[in-house]
Ligand binder design. Structure first.
Ligand SMILES: [Zn+2]
Length: 386
């Protein structure tokens, strides 16, 4: 059991923190004799739950509602977002096992982000494509060695072309959560030295992708709650605090999205797929504006099951309206039960289902034409298959 308290607020019990909001109000027990706190119209009394830590709170639901079991997707699926590393793929036997699972759950093809260039990319081509050329498509990573050297762009373009000749049919996932492209807090350069999506050094790379006809999958910013303080008003549970960026030396969420927009505007011939609903799945109205403004912007829904599941009506409408721009992806390994959670979310009308995080999900009950587009047809149109 972890007992790490990041902020003084986190040392408050759950009930007290919810009541006080950590904003100077006194917890109920201290409110003085004779006054009784009332919340939700109910008097607040001290009890065993006052000493419970938020991270340990795992409520069990008493709700009795239908549970739909969907072992295999309704239509064949192309998963446009997975990783060699996260799927634990090292040997031909691992690849065989993955293909067996794909067959069981209804995945026709998987796009694999190899996280590699150079010899490592060539090795992975051999591992996947020698035996399963029709089941996988491999993408290479952005070359990021010596980004400060004057010939960086030239080398990055040359490496991309080399990987393309070996079989790469996309570039990505290229990530910038604020520390710079493919950098982390540990490896970040000083603010003025970082390379972000709108950096001119990357212009030739994006242009080369357009010339080769291959898309770019990119991760910009992160879930917006990462920029909000850890404390009683933090949207997500302590399990996600490792991603928090509040007060850290990174650009704001809005600045990072503005960098995205400048890149999209500057390279209209390049196809960009913003993964995780561009980290704007919490605000589909704003995301819709970006899609309307930039015709070269596409999305994947990878690892944003919870954004769709917490707003099933808005989510379903959004997926229907932009079905030619949005693709299915997972980003969560290769276990059968992971895929099946997606099928239940997208295909069933089930209510209050447990998901990957504390928020419960509601099924989107998507119609067939939307499912077909999301699962396969849009990927067939947008990605490169020759
Ligand atoms: Zn990913």
């Amino acid at each position: 059991m972890r007992r790490i308290h990041l902020l003084p607020c986190a040392t408050l019990s759950l009930a007290a923190a919810l009541l006080s909001g950590c904003a100077g109000e006194k917890p109920a027990e201290e409110a003085g004799a004779g006054t009784e706190a009332v919340k939700y119209g109910v008097p607040v009394k001290a009890g065993p739950m006052d000493s419970l830590l938020l991270k340990d709170y795992e409520p069990e639901s008493s709700l009795v509602v239908p549970v739909t079991k969907i072992d295999k997707a309704k239509f064949p699926v192309i998963d446009v977002h997975s990783h060699t590393s996260m799927s634990g793929i090292k040997t031909p036997e691992d690849v065989d096992a993955w293909v067996r699972t794909m067959d069981e759950v209804g995945i026709e093809k998987t796009i694999v982000f190899t996280g590699a260039w150079g010899d490592e990319f060539a090795k992975q081509v051999d591992l996947y494509l020698s035996r399963y050329p029709d089941r996988f498509q491999l993408w290479c990573d952005l070359y990021t060695e010596n980004i400060d050297a004057p010939d960086y762009s030239e080398r990055a373009v040359a490496e991309l072309e080399r990987c393309y000749k070996l079989g790469a049919r996309g570039l990505g996932e290229v990530s910038d959560k604020g520390w710079g492209i493919d950098a982390s807090e540990k490896t970040a350069l000083p603010r003025d030295k970082r390379m972000h999506f709108d950096d001119p050094r990357l212009d030739p790379v994006w242009e080369k992708c357009a010339e080769l006809g291959i898309p770019v999958n990119f991760h910009v910013a992160d879930h917006p709650s990462c920029w909000r303080p850890l404390g009683p008003h933090q949207e997500r549970t302590p399990d996600f605090q490792i991603f928090n960026l509040y007060g850290k030396d990174v650009p704001s969420y809005e600045e990072l999205l503005a960098m995205r927009d400048r890149m999209l505007a500057k390279h209209p011939k390049t196809t960009f797929i913003a993964c995780h609903l561009s980290n704007q799945g919490n605000d589909t109205a704003s995301l819709a504006k970006a899609l309307d403004r930039y015709p070269n912007l596409y999305l994947d829904i990878a690892a944003r099951d919870y954004e769709l599941g917490r707003q099933p009506r808005t989510g379903a409408k959004f997926l229907a309206k932009y079905k030619d721009r949005i693709m299915f992806g997972t980003d969560m390994g290769r276990e059968a039960k992971m895929y099946r959670l997606w099928w239940r979310l997208l295909e069933s009308p089930d209510e209050f289902m447990p998901g990957r995080i504390w928020w419960r999900y509601y099924g989107l009950d998507l119609p067939d034409d939307v499912l077909r587009a999301l699962y396969r047809e849009t990927a067939l149109k947008v990605l490169t298959w020759d």
